[in-house]
Design a protein around this ligand. Sequence first.
Ligand SMILES: *[C@@H]1O[C@H](CO)[C@@H](O)[C@H](O)[C@H]1NC(C)=O
Length: 292
Amino acid sequence: MHSKDQISHDAYQQTADWLLSQTKLRPQVAIICGSGLGMLADALKCQEVFPYSDIPGFPQSTVHGHAGRLVFGELKGKTCVCMQGRFHMYEGHSLCKTTFPVRVFKLLGVETVIVTNAAGSLADSFHAGDIMIIKDHVNFPGLSGLSPLSGANDDKFGPRFPPMSSVYDRELRRLVLDIAKQMGVAHFLHEGVYAMVGGPNFETVAEARLLHRLGVDAVGMSTAPEVLVASHCGLRVFGLSLITNKVVKSYDDSQSVKHDSVLEVAALRSHTLLQLISELVSRMDENNNTHT
Ligand SMILES: *[C@@H]1O[C@H](CO)[C@@H](O)[C@H](O)[C@H]1NC(C)=O
């Protein structure tokens, strides 16, 4: 990124201060809703809603299926803020803009970020409608130098060279696996590796085969930049992918993926996803002596 794309600490602070002046709610958890998963925000009680266009400094979302508002409210007794509609690199936003809300969340006092996305699967054992707990990611734009953390480092947020070897919190992953077992939905829950590609096109067959060979289980066009920025500033991260389709890996396969079918599968599994996330929010940090 060029320095002209960089956002000053003051700009994040101004947006955070504005939000803090508009609501008395002080969220501990932020939830980023992926394509078709905006209903996660609808589950919040005692909502206070801010359309992105009303929030000073906030980018605007342009994708169908992404509403474009911040929803504050209570979920299972914990105060949360949901991003209903996220920003993608393929919309033409700089990565700093794409990840702008994450640093604002940090300044609001958020401790945990839950990221969700719709993804295509490469793993042969995954099916449309399955849910994947993100264990790790491959950030293709990042590997080639497109990072929201490039440019001068803001030491107030985190270190110049942040480690990325244990980004997705192990205990929260274990907790969600337990919750899924108790709910009887463990048969369509997997753990796996998510890869971010730039988009907006879906993958060619050769690209899908490449990703599969590299050990990628699911692929999508978001999440990695937000997770990078969240981890950099010390937020705890948990991520879920909703598998909306199998990525075509054979030239003989005539099916191709459509954005509308992505939204259909999301609607089908939304209830389960919501239950998993509410239970996670409710039970995280319960009797946890290591957490301060
Ligand atoms: C317990 O606290 C640690 C350290 O803050 C944290 O990483 C982990 O996610 C917590 N576990 C649960 C289940 O909340």
